[in-house]
Design a protein around this ligand. Sequence first.
Ligand code: ADP
Length: 367
Amino acid sequence: MERKLLKTMIKIDHLVKNYGSNCAVDDISFEVKKGEIVGLLGPNGAGKSTTMNILTGYLSATSGSVSIAGFDVLDNPMEAKKHIGYLPEQPPLYLDMTVEEYLIFNYNLKNCKLDRDNHLEEICEVVKIKDVYKRLIKNLSKGYRQRVGIAQALIGSPEVIIFDEPTVGLDPKQIIEVRNLLRNLGKEHTVILSTHILQEVQAVCDRIVIINKGRIVADELTENITRAVNQNRRFTVKICGPQAEVLSLLRQKPGIVYAEVLAQRDGDAYCYNIESEVGIDIRKSLFYSLAEKNWPLIGIEALGMNLEDVFIAIVDQSTASRARYTRKEQSPSRERSAETEFAKNATESAAKKRGSDYSTLFDDDES
Ligand code: ADP
């Protein structure tokens, strides 16, 4: 894989952070290569901010090491920090400054050597804050303040940009704008962002590292997770025929791993949810099996698997078998089988969980 050839910009090695007896980060290791956009995803309290704060040198680690562009954050903090632009969860804004004053203040603070006026103008262009450049920050909306926070992170054109929960508190339109901005920044910079919003990492990141209770429970390319999510494996079907016998056929049919009757009906048809094995498209053979019995199939609707299902599945499994999915440099065939296993386990666990209320994990989601 080409990733191997790319420079490692962030290296986290066996990182541990204890707050007294509370272990917030529990032996985390992963790397981010040049040009990658990686999302650190996890529920509140998972250890994302703690990891971000150690990455940026705001917090010291209990053990383990972190390096940025090859510079150890502890041993060589000045060099490491020169390569970082950081947007903390609460952007460090001085509300009584204008945007211009604030950006010049940060420019001086960072001892930036780039041509000041051109550089700041370029940044304002990228984050779209030119129209508020002379305004006091305290008079700006939350969305504009966030963009000013992103602007300060970009001063000095750092190679690595670190965003902690960049869209928290924004309205849906602002969220889309900031996500587009992050995607664009990923073309020029290495980006790591933390979020508890599943759609955010899917929309923005190349790779997703999921952490739960301070540990990595998944490290996957976004496309693998998306593929698992989008597989045609769960359907609601509407079938005219005797309910108990139809259910029995569904449950016994090879390729179907799960079938249940739903409460709703459509005329004389009963409705069922079914789920097929990984890699099997059950639709045609189901049609023929039902036709043989003279039980008309009058509706079939794909349900897909949402990211919450995948997340719950992984977190569930991590409890049973820690860090099972930690990704190493893999050959294509190993990667394919890891992906298949990932999809299979995710579905099985989601099926077990079906009917339970997932919403508590995502209480703070934007929706
Ligand atoms: P996240 O960013 O994923 O929401 P945090 O890194 O903020 O998670 O927190 C991880 C864990 O560490 C939580 O249990 C939190 O309560 C705890 N924690 C965070 N900061 C402190 C602190 N300064 N003192 C004690 N415990 C803390």
